[in-house]
Ligand binder design. Sequence first.
Ligand SMILES: Cc1ncc(COP(=O)(O)O)c(C=O)c1O
Length: 310
Amino acid sequence: MFSSWLGGVITDPALMQVPLDDHLVHRGHGVFDTCTLSSGRLYRLGIHIDRLLHSAELARIEHPWNKDDLIEMVVDTASAAGIRDGAVRYWMSVGPGGFSPSPKECPEACFYCIIFDPAPLGAEGLDPMRTGISEATVLDTPMKPPLLATIKSNNYLLNVLTHMEAVDRGGTFGVLVDDDGYVAESCVLNTAFVTNDGVLCTPPFDGILLGTTIRRVMDLASGALTGEGLISSVSQAPVLASEVRGDLISEMFLCGGDTHLFPVTSWDGVPVGAGEVGPVARRLIELLDGEAFGDAVGEARDFIDVPYDD
Ligand SMILES: Cc1ncc(COP(=O)(O)O)c(C=O)c1O
């Protein structure tokens, strides 16, 4: 773990702590982002740091760091951790200083970064990216207001409740639908659909998180997948939940976290398309996987080599 508060990298887990008076903890006045550590390289760190800086600006966090400084702190953490494969998460907060709502009492912004082993999702032995998932519309947990939804902030209570309600309803991550019936996003994932005439469609980013994975998916789809004839085009346009139910959609999937793409085979108990993992989702998983973990060379490859001591 790296902590700017402690002034460096900590390797003793007992000391990997955040001060309780950091407004990150008791006010949620902090933002975060992630990336993937794959074979000793940080995958797409740049695009995630851009989003962190955007979130910090919207959350009005004053800090001294530019993009290169932040990248350096993440690279140093990965290097000190010494592991080649894992998940990376980092937070920028207004910092410690007291328990009021005002950041004026916080003398310095803080940056924390951890490298960790992500828990596998799904039942033991089953990979939900291969088998597909069931989803449920979330009805009782409200959507975030647009300002909060577009900041990747430390306020994830509604995201957690979205997931929990989805599980209660027989789903997995949950699908949020707005008051006008348009699909928004999932608890920590963006949504995408393939229409019967081959258009890969995802909702516009107003009022939802500007996903990094869905943007890569759209690039891969408009390049490789149109070339292969798996889809006809890519579009970012509002999607009515009723259209998905009305047999106009052949595939639906959720994606996030750089390499996670979950085909949705049923939604609220109704099969999506043929009710099985479709060819578009399968091919996109292969491409994302190949790019992040394999040797595939894609245009938007964004890797930073971590220097290790051994
Ligand atoms: C609310 C929400 N939507 C969408 C996403 C997907 O974003 P990304 O693809 O950048 O992981 C996330 C990721 O954490 C999220 O929290």
